[in-house]
Design a protein around this ligand. Structure first.
Ligand SMILES: C[S@@+](CC[C@H](N)C(=O)[O-])C[C@H]1O[C@@H](n2cnc3c(N)ncnc32)[C@H](O)[C@@H]1O
Length: 270
C-alpha cells in the first residue's frame, strides 16, 4: 500500500543515488529511517535553493559546514542535561536504589545510546556519583555522528542546558567559562567513554544494568525499531532496564521480551 508520505515524495532514481552517496560519506543508511526523512531532506534542499540532488550532494560533500547543517537537520541533535527531569529523579530515587538491593553491590553499568553532544551520558555519570555508585567502567556513550561526539568530548555547554540540574551539582561538576557558558570538570569527563557506533548496524556490548535510548527511534521505521529493541534486550543483563524517550512507548514490549517497569521504562525479565 502506498503511504501518504511516499505518494507525496516518490523516490526518484536521483534520490536513491543521493542516499547511496550519503551512506558512503556519513555511514548513515537513510533507508532505515521513516519515509518522512525524505520530506526533511527535500525541505532542506529547497531551503538551500538546490535544483537537484546531484548539486545538493556536491554542496554537502565539499563544504564541512553544510555537511554539519545537513546532519543537524536530519538527526536533530537537540538535547540537554537531565532532559525530562522527572525520569531522572525516578532513576535516582527508585531504580538505582532498587538495583543495589537486588545486586547486593554498588557497581552498575550504564549506557547512553545516541548520546548526541554528551549531556545525557554526563547526566548519567553525575547521577551515578550522587547515588554513590562505584562504576566498574565509565558510562558508555555512543552516537553515529562524529561531529556531536567531538563536542561531547570537549564538554563545553551553554548555561541554559543545565537548567534542570540542582545548584550544588552545578558547582560540583562544572566550571564557569563565561557568563553564558560552563565546562564539564575533568573528574566528570573521566567517568564517560565516548565511542562512534551505529545503533542499526553495529554490534553491541552486553551486561548493562541501565540503557537510555531516548529521542532517536522516532526517526526509525517500525522494523528497524523492533530490531533495535531486540538488540537492547540482549545487551541488558537479566533484570536490567531500558529507558526510552518521553514519547517513545514500546507497544509490543511483551512480544519483544520485555516487562513493563513504568512509563517509558522496560525491563529484561530476571
Ligand atoms: C535528539 S538526539 C538524542 C539525544 C539524547 N539521547 C536525548 O534524548 O536528549 C538524537 C541522536 O541520535 C543520533 N542517531 C541517529 N541515528 C543514529 C544511529 N543509527 N546510531 C547512533 N546514533 C544515531 C543522532 O546523531 C543524534 O545525536
Amino acid at each position: 500500500m502506498t503511504s501518504p508520505e511516499s505518494a507525496v515524495y516518490p523516490a526518484p532514481p536521483e534520490y536513491n543515488i543521493f542516499k547511496k552517496k550519503i551512506q558512503e560519506l556519513t555511514a548513515i543508511d537513510l533507508d532505515a529511517y521513516k519515509p518522512q526523512i525524505h520530506r526533511r531532506i527535500h525541505q532542506l534542499m529547497q531551503r538551500w535553493g538546490m535544483k537537484n540532488y546531484d548539486e545538493y550532494y556536491k554542496v554537502i560533500a565539499l563544504n564541512p559546514d553544510k555537511l554539519r547543517e545537513f546532519l543537524d537537520y536530519l538527526t536533530i541533535n537537540v538535547t540537554e542535561f537531565f532532559r525530562n527531569a522527572e525520569k531522572w529523579w525516578e532513576l535516582k530515587d527508585k531504580i538505582i536504589p532498587q538495583m543495589y538491593r537486588e545486586l547486593g553491590h554498588q557497581r552498575i553499568r550504564l549506557w547512553s545510546a545516541a548520546c548526541s553532544t554528551g549531556e545525557e551520558p554526563y547526566s548519567l555519570a553525575i547521577l551515578a556519583a550522587e547515588c554513590h555508585v562505584a562504576a566498574a567502567q565509565p558510562v558508555l556513550a555512543v552516537d553515529i555522528d562524529n561531529g556531536v561526539l567531538a563536542k561531547a568530548v570537549e564538554g563545553i555547554y551553554a548555561k541554559r542546558s543545565i537548567i534542570n540540574a540542582p545548584k550544588e551539582w552545578i558547582v560540583k561538576y562544572f566550571t564557569e567559562v563565561d557568563a553564558d557558558t560552563v565546562k564539564v570538570k575533568k573528574e566528570l569527563k573521566d567517568k564517560v567513554k565516548f565511542k562512534h557506533l551505529d545503533l542499526i548496524k553495529d554490534h553491541f556490548e552486553s551486561g548493562f544494568d541501565i540503557i537510555l535510548c531516548r529521542n532517536v527511534v522516532i526517526y526509525f521505521g517500525a522494523e528497524t525499531k523492533a530490531m533495535l529493541y531486540k538488540k537492547f534486550l540482549t545487551a541488558l543483563r537479566p533484570g536490567g532496564y531500558l529507558m526510552t524517550g518521553a514519547t517513545e512507548q514500546i507497544f509490543d514490549y511483551k512480544n519483544l521480551g520485555f516487562e513493563a517497569a513504568g512509563p517509558f521504562l522496560y525491563r529484561r525479565p530476571k
